[in-house]
Design a protein around this ligand. Structure first.
Ligand SMILES: NC(=O)c1ccc[n+]([C@@H]2O[C@H](COP(=O)([O-])OP(=O)(O)OC[C@H]3O[C@@H](n4cnc5c(N)ncnc54)[C@H](O)[C@@H]3O)[C@@H](O)[C@H]2O)c1
Length: 332
């Protein structure tokens, strides 16, 4: 059993529960600098899942006291590089929540630290483990789409103002690195780089249409990849539905087109395609990046999403913002 830790007890709380339920590792320790949140999480774990990890308010102290094999970093996005460097100095493998960080420069800091320490670093993009998206990727690799031409994405989600006001970091350039594209859109942008590879040219636009935030709640980009694939993407956190105003219904439309066929997906469900076996997606080997990460440590192999691919999606996203600011196409 691997000895695992998690830092950041927002969404990180659910990563800890996954570790506890898995037979690959035990949740040995958790950390949050907010003492009240840490206490609440420790009590909830004990009561709901019978899990009793050691609790720390200081990340450095957790790494010094516990002999961890791996840690999941789930703190605000712009802090990821600081915690990643600390984990690397302690020789601990890490799975970093999405996005890997909010700038390419910060990601280079992570890259250097993990390379020097010889530890694994994966990025927590769970959409890669959804059966529908896995099937699309397998079909691409098997040549079922022919030559890939276009992959288009529309992410239409809803987040209220209270969401952005909570925690004091969402919707800020420094810690969220953007808005609907960097935070929510990071997921489908990861699918894009998984499917189409390295982005090379980006044109973009963005704006804050209905939230009081520094960054954006609407963004759009036109992207060209080294592979020749073209993408049109848009993301927003403004979409509500009639009587459900304020509730929203989060949906992602993904459309994949090659010389031999197409697939139209709503979330990870294939709603139309001419590729027969896409309608019966195979089950992925792991349920989430957390299980994959533990298996990667055990098997001494790279995790599903590497630093290189984590960098590509952030490069693409920051280039959309940069293109809009400069009103010109950005070549990467
Ligand atoms: N994979 C997903 O689907 C998914 C979903 C939500 C959030 N996220 C990502 O997870 C990260 C956290 O998001 P969240 O929504 O949980 O935020 P959150 O604000 O709810 O929780 C972050 C926690 O980290 C703690 N923290 C901050 N700095 C710390 C430090 N130096 N040491 C210890 N604890 C520290 C805070 O006290 C807070 O409790 C972000 O990068 C976000 O993009 C991923």
């Amino acid at each position: 059993m691997l000895k695992m830790g998690v830092v950041g007890m927002g969404i990180g709380g659910s990563h800890g529960a996954r570790i506890h339920k898995s037979d690959l590792g035990e949740l040995a320790a958790i950390c949050d600098k907010d003492g009240a949140k840490l206490k609440w999480r420790l009590e909830t774990y004990a009561r709901e899942i019978g899990c009793r990890p050691h609790g720390y308010e200081d990340f450095q102290e957790m790494l010094t006291r516990e002999d961890l094999d791996g840690v999941v970093i789930s703190t605000p996005s712009g802090t990821h590089h600081e915690l990643a460097v600390t984990a690397a100095r302690h020789g601990v493998h890490m799975l970093v929540d999405k996005p890997l960080d909010v700038t390419v420069e910060n990601i280079d800091v992570i890259d250097q630290a993990v390379s020097q320490a010889g530890v694994l670093c994966g990025v927590n993009y769970q959409m890669r483990f959804r059966p529908g998206y896995c099937a699309v990727k397998k079909a691409m690799d098997a040549g079922e789409f022919g030559r890939l031409l276009m992959v288009d994405v529309r992410l239409k989600w809803f987040r209220d103002q209270a969401y952005y006001d909570r925690g004091g970091w969402r919707g800020t350039w420094a810690m969220d690195g953007g808005g609907s594209l960097m935070n929510q859109g990071a997921h489908p942008m990861d699918l894009l780089v998984w499917f189409a590879g390295r982005p090379t040219k980006v044109r973009g636009d963005f704006g804050a249409l209905n939230h009081k935030i520094e960054t954006e709640d609407w963004a759009a980009g036109i992207i060209e990849f080294e592979s020749g694939v073209r993408s049109v993407v848009s993301t927003t956190t403004n979409v509500t539905l009639g009587e459900e105003v304020g509730k929203g219904r989060d949906r992602i439309w993904l459309e994949v087109h090659g010389t031999k066929g197409s697939a139209f997906l709503i979330d990870d469900e294939v709603v139309e395609t001419n590729i027969e076996w896409l309608t019966r997606p195979p089950r992925p080997e792991f349920d989430s990046p957390v299980e994959d990460f533990m298996a990667a440590i055990r098997d001494k192999r790279p995790p599903a999403v590497t630093v290189e691919q984590g960098r590509w999606s952030v490069q693409l996203i920051t280039a959309v913002y940069e293109s809009a600011r400069r009103n010109q196409t950005i070549t990467l």
